[in-house]
Design a protein around this ligand. Structure first.
Ligand code: ADP
Ligand code: MG
Length: 680
């Protein structure tokens, strides 16, 4: 596909809502307002109409296949995305065998799949393998190529969540309920509006030449390079950052096409630029409702992979594909808003719309308490295997769950803590360029903080530590849940007659130790944080182990997100995913040593490869001890795996990289960092 510009004209033509839905529903006497809420799913006659309209739309666009599109739990986007789908044709056959188009309301609403191969953490015995799918009417149906994608929740026969989407819905419901209670007790009724999180996800990726990717079994199997001598040039010039997306590179056409395909599906992928590491790029959409943003992000990741392959590139979504240069994240910008446009994290708007100046400080105090109490859950939500190399003394942001509020809001909150409600008006300052030829501009009086994992930025929090390959449903499930709990506690006290300001005072007194406006990369901060009693969990697997702690089970049960059983099962799936990922890396390393490195060392006569043979033995031993531990204790097995990965495999890598540094390129059969990062 050769790409022209992404235009507003085709925007959303592959997304069943608005004008598109209107056009096809009107034939049956309905309009897109039918889809405004999920009520139509409770009325089979209406569902039949929607199905007919979807079918007409599909046929007009050359599609004749549908699938319920779901998000198996614990999956990661390192290879082939994070979604599940079974495709069904939208036709039936007459008695004489003639096919005709057919798609019913019942088919649209629900599906069943033999989900036996998905990880379920013991929630489903193999002989009762059914997984059940039900449409998520809050997220638009997409059309891509010959297929209609119907977003759906996925549960077991007993209703246990087997996916990432169902808990996010539960947490959104809890957030809606508790926020409304709190606001009502503060004298502000949101009426028929609903409350939900808005998110905007900045997606970082690498795009590398596909031919080089095919010469890297580690990238193909695990998404990251397990060996590779660092090249003479890295990112020291910072000359990749924001550099021209030049026509001389395949990446230019690739990025244009990614944007175009997203636009067609109504995904507002507005921002594109080069990131700081060589061959690293970023896309960001215009923010929106967290549930459909998560769906759209999964689609974006799939489109990125597919389009890249058509341009001779391989897209790497893993968090740390290369050693020695920046890894990739997915900043999760998060705010709480109402469906009629009130952003609770925007002080000016909150004051103007509610007329109550105590609401904003109360929201912020509650958020501070949520972060302080449940930093362990925030840490666990970002514990993807790839993040091992970014968090916890590896690469910033640190594994300490603090928040940055900025000096003036901190001062405002400190006054609240001392019992006075001052005024907080975000200040602007003129910025002068030192020449009359360039006009001065106005900027926020406070600079931004890039070293905090969860800074407040004037109208939203930005969870900067999320990983690039993650389905961030769990991240937002956690944020919504901890906010809901905190707002619920505030509402309880307000309903008992306590004063808003004194509630805020109490919360800040107890919890503002997690506010840290300093440099999060300062090596002294993690220890200082521990002294203050702020959550710091360096190892992702230790954070995952907290999922079923008494505190967390209590929280999730109280808020209606997970039962104790679901917590235990999810923990087991996450640990299993971690252990499996590390084992794959170790096995890949063994193969690379035997099939590539040792033969190269011999061919180029680089000396005795004895150390490499020893390394293989060490790796095999380590894998065996992980297996042995996993029999009885998955957490322990994950800890052993982590040590092998971050210590043993790193020192083996040093040996391999030293050989690579002395090997003539024609004798080295693995693609080098130079080929992966600097060929375009
Ligand atoms: P940055 O300068 O932080 O890299 P970007 O423009 O790349 O900013 O991305 C910021 C993201 O935050 C975008 O997806 C944007 O739509 C989103 N965003 C902006 N305001 C809000 C908000 N109130 N709530 C949630 N997300 C927001
Ligand atoms: Mg950005």
């Amino acid at each position: 596909m050769s790409s022209g510009p992404a235009t507003t004209e085709g925007f959303g033509s592959g997304c069943f809502k608005g004008a598109v839905a209107d056009k096809y529903l009107s034939k049956y006497g309905e309009s897109a307002t039918l889809l405004a809420n999920g009520n139509w799913t409770k009325d089979m006659a209406k569902a039949d109409i929607v199905a007919k309209a979807v079918l007409d739309w599909a046929v007009d666009n050359g599609a004749s296949v549908y699938c319920h599109w779901f998000q198996p739990m614990g999956s990661s986007g390192v290879r082939h995305g994070n979604s599940g789908q079974v495709h069904q044709s939208m036709f039936d056959f007459a008695a004489d065998g003639t096919p005709f188009y057919s798609f019913t309301g019942e088919q649209l609403l629900q599906g069943e799949t033999d989900g036996s191969s998905y990880p379920n953490g013991g929630m489903r015995a193999t002989h009762t393998a059914g997984g059940y799918l039900s449409i998520d009417p809050s997220s638009p149906i997409f059309l891509r190529e010959d297929t209609v994608f119907i977003p759906a929740g996925f549960v077991s026969y007993n209703g246990d969540a087997l996916d990432e989407k169902t808990p996010l819905h539960r947490a959104t419901t809890a957030l809606d309920k508790q926020t409304k209670r709190m606001l009502k007790a503060m004298g502000y009724d949101v009426g028929s509006a609903s409350v939900y999180a808005n998110i905007g996800l900045e997606q970082e990726i690498f795009l590398v030449p596909r031919h080089a990717y095919y010469r890297r079994p580690d990238l193909q199997f695990t998404g990251r390079t397990i060996t590779g001598k660092f090249p003479a040039r890295g990112q020291e010039m910072s000359d990749h950052y924001m550099a021209p997306i030049s026509r001389a590179t395949a990446a230019f056409e690739c990025m244009r096409q990614i944007q175009q395909e997203c636009f067609k599906m109504g995904i507002p992928l507005k921002t594109r630029h080069r990131e700081v590491a060589p061959n690293q790029y970023e896309f960001a959409p215009m923010f929106g409702n967290a549930i459909s943003q998560v769906d759209q992000n999964l689609m974006i990741m799939q489109i990125i992979e597919e389009v890249a392959s058509e341009h001779g590139l391989a897209a790497l979504l893993q968090e740390k594909p290369f050693d020695g240069i920046n890894g990739s994240g997915k900043h999760n910008n998060w705010s709480i808003g109402t469906s009629d446009g009130l952003n609770l994290m925007n002080p000016k708007q909150v004051n103007a719309k509610t007329g109550n100046a105590e609401i904003f400080p109360l929201v912020m105090a509650a958020m501070v308490s949520a972060i302080d109490k449940h930093g362990d859950l925030m840490r666990l939500a970002i514990a993807s295997p790839g993040n091992d190399f970014r968090l916890g003394a590896m690469e910033a942001p640190p594994a300490v769950m603090s928040t940055y509020l900025g000096p003036s809001i901190t001062e405002f909150m400190n006054n609240v803590k001392n019992g006075t409600l001052g005024t907080y008006t975000p200040q602007k300052k003129p910025l002068n360029f030192g020449t009359d030829s360039i006009p001065s501009i106005e900027v926020p009086a406070e600079d931004r903080n890039r070293t905090s994992p969860f800074p407040y930025g004037g109208n939203r929090f930005e969870f900067r530590a999320a990983g690039s390959s993650q389905n961030v449903a769990m991240v937002n499930t956690v944020l919504n849940t901890i906010a809901a709990e905190a707002f619920g506690i505030v509402a309880d006290r307000l309903e008992k007659g306590d004063k808003a300001l004194s509630i805020a005072q109490d919360l800040l007194t107890k919890h503002d130790k997690c506010v840290f406006n300093g440099n999060g990369y300062d090596p002294e901060w993690p220890d200082e944080a521990v002294k203050r009693g702020v959550w710091r969990i360096d190892a992702g697997c230790d954070a995952i182990n907290e999922l079923d702690s008494a505190k967390n089970v209590d929280l999730f049960e109280k808020m209606g997100i997970f039962s104790a059983r679901e917590c235990e099962a999810r923990k087991s799936v996450l640990l299993g995913h971690y252990i499996g990922s590390v084992e794959m890396e170790a096995l890949t390393m063994i193969d690379m040593i035997n099939q590539h490195v040792i033969p190269s060392v011999k061919r180029a006569d680089l000396g005795n490869p004895g150390k490499l043979n020893d390394a293989v033995k060490t790796l095999k031993g380590a894998i065996a001890s992980i297996h042995a531990a996993a029999e009885s204790d998955e957490h322990k097995a994950a800890q052993i795996a982590r040590k092998m990965r971050l210590e043993t495999m790193v020192s083996i890598r040093d040996v391999i990289d030293e050989f690579e540094g002395r090997c003539p390129p024609e004798d080295w059969t693995l693609a080098t960092y130079q080929e992966l990062l600097f060929l375009d």
